[in-house]
Design a binder for this molecule. Structure first.
Ligand code: FES
Length: 110
């Protein structure tokens, strides 16, 4: 399914989306490469962004939870530091097709 146009995501940056079943997901962009995850921190299950579409640390090097500041590797969602170190975000397979970010296959995790 199409999540939205790639150009709507800051580079580098992130953007949140709501799936048809209402689950929250987000996509991180680096150039033409995208990484997708469900928007739930492994620590307490809350959304990672305290402001819409703000998922990265100030230096944009890692994904950062706004609640207790867990830090996650962009490439695989592995928690590098914080209260859930060693755990990981649930991945959402995404790709860029014809200038749009698409999620595939239909996600059933989370
Ligand atoms: S809820 Fe994310 S670090 Fe605590």
């Amino acid at each position: 399914m199409i999540l939205g146009p790639l150009h709507e995501i800051a580079d580098p940056g992130g953007k949140g989306y709501t799936l048809p079943d209402r689950r929250q997901v987000f996509v991180i962009r680096r150039g033409d490469v995208v990484y997708g995850y469900f928007n739930a921190c492994p620590h307490q299950g809350v959304p990672l962004d305290w402001k819409p579409d703000v998922f990265l640390s100030v230096d944009k090097s890692v994904i950062q939870c706004a609640t207790h500041f867990a830090r996650f590797r962009i490439e695989d969602g592995h928690c590098l530091a914080g209260p859930c170190v060693g755990r990981a975000l649930i991945p959402l397979p995404v790709a860029v097709e014809d200038g749009h970010v698409v999620a595939r296959p239909a996600p059933d995790a989370g």
